[in-house]
Design a protein around this ligand. Sequence first.
Ligand code: ADP
Ligand code: ASP
Ligand code: MG
Length: 411
Amino acid sequence: MAVIVQKYGGTSVGTVERIEHVADKVLATRAQGNQVIVVVSAMSGETNRLLGLATEIMGPAPHGPELDVLLSTGEQVTIALLTMALKKRGCKAVSRTGWQLEIKTDQASNKARIESINTDLIQDDLATDAVIVVAGFQGIDQDGSITTLGRGGSDTTAVAIAAAIAAQECQIYTDVDGVYTTDPRVEPDARRLEHITFEEMLEMASLGSKVLQIRAVEFAGKYKVPLRVLSTFEDGPGTLITTEENQMEQAKIAGIAFNRDEAQLTVKGVPDQPGIAAKILGPISRANIEIDMIVQNVAWDNTANFTFTVHRNDYQRALDILQTTSDKLGANTVSGDDNIVKLSIVGVGMRSHAGIASQMFEALADEGINIRMISTSEIKISVVVDEKYLELGVRCLHDVFGLSGNNADNK
Ligand code: ADP
Ligand code: ASP
Ligand code: MG
């Protein structure tokens, strides 16, 4: 019998009625002759509520092992309720936490990575013909402490289980009916993609499209897990994440991602000599602050200007560190801006089409949008612009690359 892994996100299990609806969907999948493993998130708003409680005690950006213990309770509520709903329908079901299934992770509190899963335990449950209802987003480290996988981590739990038992398909049920050309909340003309490659999905997720957690896509690509994003509330084919070879025709651009979580820092007038980048960025990295884009240029007087971006949560800390470094280096000025966003276009078709960058830059220029930074890779181009241009920028790029719903030639 085929095993299907289904994951239901927060909104899909946001009320008791919705949990009952999920139970019906699980039964329908079983009725088609499949065994089902269901991974669930916390009910919508619950993880944020718990974070709020922790913030009241720890202050902004709570962290550490107790946060894992706290946040993991959200998913435990949902597995209990869904299992009750399944049993009420006469369906055999068991609820399982991360530690019960021995979902082993590393020790990185609040952003742990799954290292292994005890598939014997899953197979034992499947042998009893029960639906296994698994708490997403949580695991256990080598010391037996509860860990959590970072926001959106239930996606990764589902894909990791699907990979571990070689499930027939991993279905991610959510509040949209697939992966869209861009977030439909920002561009109402966005269109559902029939399929998108793992590579493109990985870029989209990394560049801010939170419809799938980055690690879930990484896992699915690495272990070749057939992965589909679908709606909990409407029937439909959703979006299949595929390997490139399966794609018949390449659109130039698959989608547009954006990220509101960045902030930009600049130091001007540093001496232009070997080792300067390491001197500026070293202290930032040592403070565990991740750096995203970096631009360095040399001015007419042989001093260098250095600009980079970090997560907005790390902005103030990074600014303080940069100020100290700049004093040591004798630089002129340190400045920063946390009202910026990153817009990116993503597509494997870029490899075989020239002129995409200039098309992007012209479109932004036509709207009077100033580009502050640019970075490119083989299948993406990102620009940093003022936050006020987010919607306008996304919509004009969506239009210029022909991604809208009524545009047939990109299908
Ligand atoms: P869940 O709680 O089910 O995990 P999420 O909120 O994590 O749901 O992800 C679904 C949301 O992702 C959608 O409501 C949508 O606003 C957002 N999103 C961002 N980019 C995209 C995209 N390219 N396609 C579809 N949804 C997107
Ligand atoms: N409940 C967690 C979160 O909100 C995990 C998830 O929903 O995937 O991020
Ligand atoms: Mg999610």
